[in-house]
Write a protein that binds this ligand. Structure first.
Ligand code: ADP
Ligand code: MG
Length: 235
């Protein structure tokens, strides 16, 4: 569904990603791991198109989208829940979800909002409350819910577990597993390997702008948990 062939990108004249070959299939849950500054967020932004690729080819749904702006890729079904979640703390839960629906057919958005409430019942219970009153885990649910409102086929989440308790993170991964099993392609960036390897179909490690490891959880697990190459947290 998504393929990157020899993609490089960066900011202005600063190169960040080098020769990235990466793919995600429908129903696949892929974990992208790696140390701070490795280029994980840049990879997601390059896939969405907010950072342009300077070399290589990006294909989504058999269409070359390498030079298509992010708005066009969003319409095709690529959604990103950004690092830091970026929810609007002074808007209500429902209003935050609505911000994910611009350009989305109203019936689709309404259906997807119900789906978000089904996956995360606490959002439904608190839809009239200020988003700033939610816990960190609930705010992450809201960020994911907002990304789901556009009915994406590729869902990308940056720094899923940042600041959250392990049990909360495990719950979020279970929900992402359900979504992937329904056919959604899911890419999750995290700094910590632990919780994710049990549910992910594949794990990739980005280091200094290159993918240095890409394989199924089992293949990678020993190497990742050893953490030797990448200095990943072992918790
Ligand atoms: N907006 C930006 N402008 C310039 N450089 C950036 C920008 N965002 C990130 N970088 C640089 O790109 C590199 C990779 O950053 P990033 O993709 O955010 O890494 P990660 O998400 O793995 O922590 C870092 O050296 C960072 O300083
Ligand atoms: Mg990042």
């Amino acid at each position: 569904m998504l393929e990157l062939y020899s993609v490089s990108s960066g900011y202005g004249r600063l190169p960040v990603l080098f020769d990235i070959n990466f793919s995600v299939a429908p129903g696949e849950l892929v974990a992208v791991l790696g140390p701070n500054g490795a280029g994980k967020s840049t990879l997601l932004k390059t896939i969405l198109g907010v950072v342009p690729a300077s070399r290589g080819t990006i294909v989504f749904d058999r269409t070359r989208v390498t030079h298509e702006p992010a708005s066009g890729r969003f319409v095709r079904g690529i959604a990103l829940s950004p690092e830091g979640r970026r929810i609007f703390v002074n808007l209500t839960v429902r209003e935050n979800l609505v911000t994910g629906s611009s350009g989305v057919a109203p019936d689709v958005a309404a259906r997807q909002m119900e789906r978000a409430f089904e996956l995360f019942p606490v959002l439904g219970e608190r839809q009239g409350q200020r988003a700033g009153s939610l816990s960190g885990g609930e705010q992450q649910m809201l960020a994911i819910g907002r990304a789901l409102v556009s009915a994406p086929r590729l869902l990308m989440i940056d720094e899923l577990s940042m600041g959250l308790a392990p049990l909360v993170v495990a719950g979020l991964y279970e929900t992402l597993r359900i979504l992937a099993d329904e056919g959604l392609a899911v890419v999750v960036v995290d700094q910590f390997a632990s919780k994710m390897l049990a549910v992910a179909d594949r794990a990739c490690v980005v280091e200094k702008g290159r993918i240095v490891l890409d394989g199924t959880g089992e293949e990678n697990q020993a190497e990742l948990l050893a953490g030797a190459a990448v200095g990943l947290d072992r918790k």
